[in-house]
Structure formats: C-alpha cells, structure tokens
Design a protein. Structure first.
Ligand SMILES: Cc1ncc(COP(=O)(O)O)c(C=O)c1O
Length: 349
C-alpha cells in the first residue's frame, strides 16, 4: 500500500484497486497495438477462456459497467411490453436509475419480497398469476442477484426451484452476477453448476468488483438471446473501441485463477469482520454473511463516530444498517482497526 493511502474504504468492492494479475495482463496488452472494437487477439482469447470456464459454448460480450450489463441484457431477453420479476432490493430496481426500463423501452419491473434478499418460487408465482389479462405487463423474465444485495447466496436447490417455476410459466432467467465469483467461492460450486446447469439463460459477470479496473462480461447460455447484442451494445455506447483493455485484465483473472482466489479472500475477510462484530454488544448482524458483504445495525452516534474517523460505508443499500464490503485486497489489519474503532464508539455511546 502506498504510504499516502489511508485505506478506510469499505463502502463497496469497487473502491479497491486493480489486482496484480489483471494489471500484469493490462500492461502486456499495452505492449503492442492491436485491432479495435473487439477484433483483437485478447478479446478472442478471453471469450474462449470464458467458454472453458463455464464448460459451455456460450456467447460473451464485454461492457463497461454493471448497470449497462443488466439493462442491455434484460432488454435483449424480452419485449417492451414484458415484465421482469425481481426482488424488491434488487440493484436493477433500486440502483440503476431506471436503466433496465429505459433500455428495454419500457419493460416493467415487478418486485417481490423474500427472506435474506432472495426471490423464491412462491413469490414469483404470485406475481405471474396475479393477473392474466391484456392490461398487465406480461411476465417474461426472472432476475436474480447472485450473491444477493444483502450478502447472501442462492444455493443450487433454490436456483433449481426458480427454474422450475420459470419453466412452468415460460420465463427466462437472468442473473445479476455483480458478485458471482463470491457466490462460486462461497458455495464451492463451479460456474457451470450455478448457471446453465440450473437453467440460467444469461449472466452479467462482474470483473470490476473482482479486481479489474473496469469491465463486465455478459454471458449468454441461451444463445438465441444474443442475436444482435453487439449492435445493442454499440447503440448504447458500450462498445469499447480499445476492448482489449477490458478483455486482457479479464484474461488475467481467468488464466491465473485470481477470479476465484480474490473472491475467496474477500469472503474470508467478510467472515472475519462478521465474527468480530458478533462479539460486540450493541452491534447486530442483519444477515448471514455468505459472501463479501456484512450488514450490521449500529447506533447512529457510532456510525457518526466511524465517519468522523474516515471510514466509508453505505447505509442506503438493502434493508438499512451499515454495509461493509470486503475486496480482494482487504486485510485483517484493516478490519482489526475498524473493529477497534467500533468497539470504542460503542463503549462511548
Ligand atoms: C448487485 C449489483 N448489481 C450491479 C451492480 C453494478 O453497478 P455499476 O453500474 O455501478 O457497475 C452493482 C454495483 O454496485 C451491484 O451491487
């Protein structure tokens, strides 16, 4: 860590820098000029590598950020008169500024509650069967976030139950994988086991939160949905002319295995923080810590104290409370300092 850095950033995993593996590949890609708009060798290699990672002949596209990935993918999965069923805390509902509705020309999001930030088959079925008349936006897509916005994960049984109800009502399944790597690490499951093998049609796989400078991969397992997706990206301003600088760092994550080790590390750090908080009277964990986010209820004066001491964290995400997110470079020392500051602030409150 550079001496001028005061790393008190735990607001999100996108406050972290670029991991060494991604940076090495980025620099290597910078050594030579190459073709633009994804016609370069790095993009080719990265997309092939995704196919082997998923053990599936999928279509892969790179975009700059998660909002675009979700919005454009959802737009490709349905028509403007369709609806997308998602959890009431879903990022697509709460934090994308209407992007999914905008890019789909008006598809409506229908929200459902569900324990621990997760949709379930009953909630989905209720929304689908609530109405069947022409005046209701026809349900066509289920969107699930893996890991969820509150740091929990869907296990394979839960995913299969969602696929079963999706099959019953002819719904397509979209996965917001902003923290997909963390879910794989948490469940010790392969990417295939958590996607096409449980009927996911399309995945938005975040690299930004996993150690890239920027960049998300949109992975279509249902390849019919990928038709003309390159045009959709271009029209939305998401076709990077120097795509190799997104693809090469991705390749760095995939070839070295850093995508998984980064996620495992971030998850382990979150567990460490949750264990520390559990021992503090006055701190109340809100959800099981199954990925890399920790949600905790703390008295308002304690939150104010922490902010005064320079800690960054969000209180508007999910169901309230303070959210601390660990990343590939979070250290035990940093978390010990945070825990000590929380302990002191609690004692003083
Ligand atoms: C669950 C989830 N989905 C998607 C995103 C992508 O957002 P962005 O457009 O900021 O990359 C985020 C980022 O915080 C997220 O937490």
């Amino acid at each position: 860590m550079a001496p001028h850095c005061s790393p008190r950033f735990l607001a999100s995993d996108n406050t972290s820098g670029i991991c060494p593996e991604a940076l090495d590949y980025l620099l290597e890609a910078n050594a030579c000029d190459d073709l633009a708009y994804g016609n370069d060798s790095w993009t080719q290699r990265a997309t092939d590598r995704f196919r082997s990672l998923f053990d599936y002949d999928c279509d892969v596209f790179f975009v700059f950020n998660g909002t675009a990935a979700n919005s454009l993918t959802l737009a490709a999965m349905g028509q403007s008169y369709h609806s997308v069923i998602c959890h009431e805390l879903a990022h697509i509902e709460t934090d994308e500024c209407g992007g999914p509705e905008f890019f789909s020309n008006g598809a409506k999001l229908l929200t459902s509650a569900g324990r621990h930030g997760k949709l379930n088959a009953e909630g989905i079925e209720q929304l689908v069967t609530r109405r069947s008349d022409i005046h209701y936006p026809k349900p066509r897509i289920v969107s699930i976030t893996q890991a969820t916005e509150v740091g929990t994960v869907y296990d394979r049984e839960e995913l299969l139950a969602i696929r079963t109800v999706a099959d019953k009502y002819d719904l397509r399944v979209h996965m917001d994988g902003a923290r997909f790597a963390n879910a794989c690490a948490s469940l010790e499951a392969t990417p295939a086991e958590l996607t096409w093998q449980v009927g996911v049609d399309a995945l938005c796989f975040s690299g930004t939160k996993n150690g890239l400078p920027m960049g998300e991969a949109v992975v279509f397992f249902n390849r019919e949905l990928a038709e003309d997706f390159d045009y959709r990206c271009k029209q939305a301003g998401q076709l990077a002319s120097k795509m190799r600088f997104i693809a090469a760092p991705w390749l760095g994550l995939l070839e070295t295995g850093a995508w998984l080790s980064n996620a495992s590390h971030a998850n382990a750090m979150a567990r460490y923080l949750a264990d520390g908080l559990r021992g503090l009277p006055g701190a109340e964990l809100m959800f099981p810590t199954q990925a890399n986010s920790v949600f905790v209820q703390l008295p308002p004066p304690v939150l104010a104290q922490l902010r005064e001491r320079g800690w960054t964290f969000y209180t508007f995400i999910g169901a309230g409370g303070a959210r601390f997110v660990c990343a590939w470079n979070t250290t035990v020392e940093l978390l010990d300092t945070l825990l000590a500051d929380i302990r002191q602030a609690l004692d003083a409150s």
